[in-house]
Design a protein around this ligand. Structure first.
Ligand SMILES: *Cc1c(COP(=O)(O)O)cnc(C)c1O
Length: 232
């Protein structure tokens, strides 16, 4: 059932991304992070069969379950939700990239665990450019400051920024948010060229990914549009 669903849902998503890239005038590449949270491991396995090589989960427990069922090495696993520091040790073995480095304390914990494990943890700095209090992450200038402190830590590599837009279908608000994240990435790179190891911009979900791609997203995190509504 998941294979046939993806046969239906994936081609139009790829088409929409290509069109949005065309409108943006950029020739960039956009990676789909297939978010199967709330759906069974079979959905993740089907995503891999459909050619999606990057899977996203927002909770460590569910990530662990799916990695176990689908295989650690058959895909890149991304953690996209808030990580509690006491789960960092377990989590870094499970993911290839964490999108949600949302506090200095978490960043320092991840770096320490990376050092302990003898490697570097790869992450994105989560930024809050919409000013919504309910959203985690670093705001504006604080993101640049944080990057100054965290960009040089052993055991942690920051490859770009991630943001979440407000829950709205107001296109102007979405566009403003995504454009602000892109400008913040440019500002970080200008002020701290050494601190970021990449130019990734993770933004856009099922309801807003066309606009995010137009505004420069390099990764879109897609659940519902690929796998359908979740119960939870
Ligand atoms: C669930 C989730 C998504 C995917 O949401 P959809 O609207 O189902 O595409 C993207 N990013 C994060 C951080 C999520 O938790």
């Amino acid at each position: 059932m998941w294979d046939s669903r993806l046969e239906e849902t994936l081609p139009p998503v790829r088409e929409r991304i290509a069109r949005a890239l065309g409108r943006s005038g950029g020739g960039g590449d956009v990676r789909i992070v297939a978010v199967t949270k709330g759906h069974p491991s079979e959905a993740a396995a089907a995503a891999v069969r459909a050619g999606l090589d990057t899977l996203g989960e927002n909770r460590v427990q569910e990530l662990a379950r799916k990695v176990d069922a689908v295989g650690r090495d058959v895909a890149r696993w991304h953690l996209i939700g808030h990580l509690q520091r006491n789960k960092a040790r377990q989590a870094i073995e499970l993911f290839d990239l964490i999108h949600s480095v949302d506090s200095e304390r978490l960043a320092r914990t991840l770096a320490a665990e990376g050092v302990r494990a003898g490697r570097s943890v790869r992450g994105l700095l989560q930024v809050n450019v919409s000013g919504e209090e309910s959203k985690g992450g670093f705001e504006g200038a604080a993101a640049v400051d944080a990057l100054g402190a965290l960009g040089a830590l052993d055991g942690l590599e920051l490859h770009g920024l991630m943001t979440m837009a407000p829950w709205t279908d107001d296109e102007a608000v979405l566009r403003r948010t995504f454009a602000a994240a892109r400008r913040l990435l440019e500002e970080c790179r200008r002020q701290l060229p050494e601190a970021l190891r990449g130019t990734e911009l993770s933004m856009g979900m099922s309801n807003d990914f066309d606009i995010a791609v137009e505004e420069g997203a390099t990764m879109v995190r897609l659940g519902t549009v690929l796998f359908g509504e979740r119960d939870t």
